[in-house]
Design a protein. Structure first.
Lengths: 331, 343
């Protein structure tokens, strides 16, 4: 059952050149306990989508959707306070550069303890404090920190990025959320720590039935536990589907390009140039009309000035007029 | 932290030492006889003058002279006033008390109101409250102290008659000067009309305190507002919101303490500015503090007094600045780390 159901979500922001749709009819479904990886270059609107789910969108921006549902709640119909309540209770987020997301002037312990909901604990203030302390240590163990006493007493600037991220995770799961959004949690981290964090997240998802929306920049960061992936370009959904299917048989040219950029891709012969998309992601002021990949797409033709509808091929869905694989047209 | 404190204190000692050299050299730079400038004993009083000549080693080299000068300085023998013939050091303590009373009260008021108004402005960014607070603070900052003091005297003392024009207390209340701080002296004294005297002293006090508080107040408003706006943009505030903490908790535990960091660092500087304003304010309000005493000594060419006042004010400013720095480093662990790193 899908706990998060997004259909045709659009976000329009005001720029000096008039309104720009930074997210354009994006759809995303997330099942309970599932890890879903969202892939896109920087500026593709991944983080904005995360903010939209959490409800931290600038109120001046226009946000429309056919459906933006969290379990049985229509998030767009809720008031700010109700929204905040759901976010605080059911959702959590971790970020890249975890060190900057911790208050530099209070200890890790203080910040972890205040993230633990205390109102449902029995007893008076004194016994509660003990329980909270116990729970804090338990959380530290769950994220794989063994010398909890030393870490709880230290300040954020005394920690490495990896440990800071583990503490962010501990704080995020303190209230047992149903959904964890991990926004490039391992960017700029050494490979060892990176795989530790990924393994930790996979373990937490499997153990608690917590859904994780993993946001990342490249396909190499997709972990095996991720059941589904979605590729986003400039706020438009390019391709989505079960991870293995998409990796094996990319239909959208963007997916193909992303896969072949990987250094370990078997199709690239040694000493040949890596096939990449030319150019760079367009700026907000110069969004192409129609399919936004158009100007960089090797397959682009005239029809691409119209936004292609989402079509399905086997188990995945994609949006392209001229896919890499011959697909029977249903229209 | 210990290493840092020691280094700061060592620096303080060095600065004070340089200050004494400067004060010593002043005796030679002022017109007239250096020994008279230093001790306040005139050459006409031959007996005393010759004793002082021996005591200050004025027949020997200038280094020996400095050494003896320093010895006298440290043992509390700061010479005597050329005008009143009273020992300078004994006069300074009550004067210092009066000045500290004014400055501490002014600093407290500017801190309390400056920080709260600054926070209020930051939390109501670009709303009318913010615009009004910032507008008033900018115009108040632009008003010179001497003019502001006279305007307020004209309004509150002359037109409205709410408060006396000058001095610490009505002289009819015969309060013994012990510390110089009038409120403390009233509490310490055992006169039967203490309550009335206290009320009268407060009535004298509030106008100069407000005049002095305006400048640091307006600066603290701006600093606090900027610091708070800066902190509100920080990732850890957003993360705290994402964790579902209450807004009040976010502000009190994460917003305010972090916003106070640059404010604390500015306090020493604000105190220095306050000290230069206090000289003017004491003159205008005829307040028996170090500032007015210093200015009077300049008019009277009373060099021993001038030196004593200069030394006290400069030492006070230095001391407050060092204390603020030590508090800043002690209270903000991140600062401490930067200090370690630079070692």
């Amino acid at each position: 059952m899908n706990i998060l159901d997004i259909r045709n979500l659009s976000i329009e922001i005001e720029t000096s050149n008039g309104p720009v749709r930074v997210i354009d009819k994006l759809s995303l479904q997330l099942a309970e306990g599932e890890i879903h990886t969202l892939i896109g270059e920087s500026g593709s609107g991944k983080s904005l989508l995360a903010k939209a789910i959490l409800g931290f969108i600038n109120p001046r921006w226009k946000i429309t959707a056919d459906r933006l549902w969290w379990r049985q709640y229509d998030l767009l119909a809720l008031s700010r306070a109700q929204r905040r309540q759901i976010t605080g209770r059911d959702m959590a987020m971790i970020f890249q550069n975890p060190g900057t997301y911790l208050d530099p002037n209070s200890t890790v312990g203080e910040q972890l303890r205040e993230s633990i909901p205390s109102h449902d604990l029995p007893g008076n203030i004194l016994t509660r404090r003990k329980q909270i302390q116990k729970r804090a240590e338990e959380l530290m163990h769950r994220v794989g920190i063994k010398d909890h006493d030393a870490i709880l007493e230290s300040y954020p600037f005394e920690l490495s990025d990896g440990v800071a991220q583990k503490i962010s995770i501990a704080m995020a799961i303190a209230h047992r959320p149903k959904l964890l959004i991990a926004d490039e949690p391992t960017t700029a981290m050494e490979p060892n720590m990176r795989s530790q964090i990924y393994r930790l997240l996979a373990k937490l998802s499997a153990g608690d039935g917590m859904s994780i929306l993993m946001i990342t920049q490249d396909l190499t960061a997709v972990i095996p536990e991720s059941k589904r992936i979605s590729l986003v370009y400039c706020g438009q959904l390019m391709e989505t589907g079960p991870t293995e299917d998409v990796m094996r048989e990319p239909v959208q040219p963007y997916t193909g390009a992303m896969l072949s950029t990987s250094l370990f891709s078997s199709e690239t012969k040694p000493k040949s140039r890596l096939p990449t998309l030319t150019g760079a992601i367009p700026t907000l002021q110069h969004m192409p009309i129609g399919c936004r990949l158009g100007p960089r797409c090797p397959n682009a033709r005239r029809a691409c000035i119209e936004q292609p509808p989402l079509r399905s091929y086997k188990k995945h869905e994609f949006a392209c007029h001229y896919p890499l694989i011959e697909v029977d047209s249903h229209d | 932290m210990i290493y840092y404190s020691l280094r700061r204190l060592f620096l303080l000692v060095i600065t004070l030492w340089l200050l004494t050299i400067f004060i010593f050299l002043l005796n030679y730079l002022f017109p007239g006889d250096p020994l008279t400038n230093m001790t306040g004993i005139r050459a006409g009083d031959e007996f005393a003058y010759n004793i002082a000549r021996q005591a200050y080693a004025f027949d020997q080299s200038i280094f020996t002279q400095y050494w003896h000068f320093l010895e006298h300085l440290l043992s509390g023998n700061w010479g005597q006033s050329l005008v009143t013939q009273r020992p300078v050091f004994d006069d300074i303590l009550p004067l210092l008390g009066a000045t500290l009373e004014l400055s501490i009260l002014a600093m407290l008021i500017s801190l309390v109101f400056g920080v709260s108004l600054g926070l209020y402005a930051a939390l109501n960014l670009h709303r009318p409250a913010d615009t009004i607070i910032m507008g008033i603070s900018l115009s108040a900052y632009s008003v010179p102290v001497f003019w502001l003091a006279q305007l307020l005297i004209l309004l509150f003392a002359v037109k409205l008659g709410w408060t006396p024009i000058s001095s610490q207390i009505n002289p009819l209340f015969d309060i013994d000067v012990v510390t110089g701080s009038i409120l403390t002296d009233i509490v310490l004294s055992d006169v039967p009309y203490r309550a009335a005297a206290f009320a009268d002293a407060l009535n004298h006090l509030w106008l100069p305190v407000i005049v002095l508080a305006v400048m640091p107040l307006t600066m603290l408003i701006r600093i606090t507002r900027d610091a708070m706006l800066d902190v509100l943009q920080k990732n850890y505030i957003r993360a705290a919101r994402a964790r579902g903490l209450s807004e009040a908790r976010i502000m009190l535990r994460h917003g305010l303490p972090n916003a106070m960091q640059p404010v604390v660092r500015q306090l020493g500087l604000q105190f220095s500015i306050l000290m230069s304003n206090i000289i003017i304010a004491e003159m205008i309000f005829n307040w028996p503090g170090i500032g007015s005493w210093l200015v009077k000594s300049i008019y009277e060419r009373d060099y021993p007094v001038l030196q004593g006042g200069l030394l006290t004010l400069a030492a006070l400013i230095l001391l407050v600045n060092v204390l603020v720095e030590l508090f800043h480093a002690w209270h903000y662990p991140q600062v401490r780390k930067e200090l370690y790193a630079e070692r």
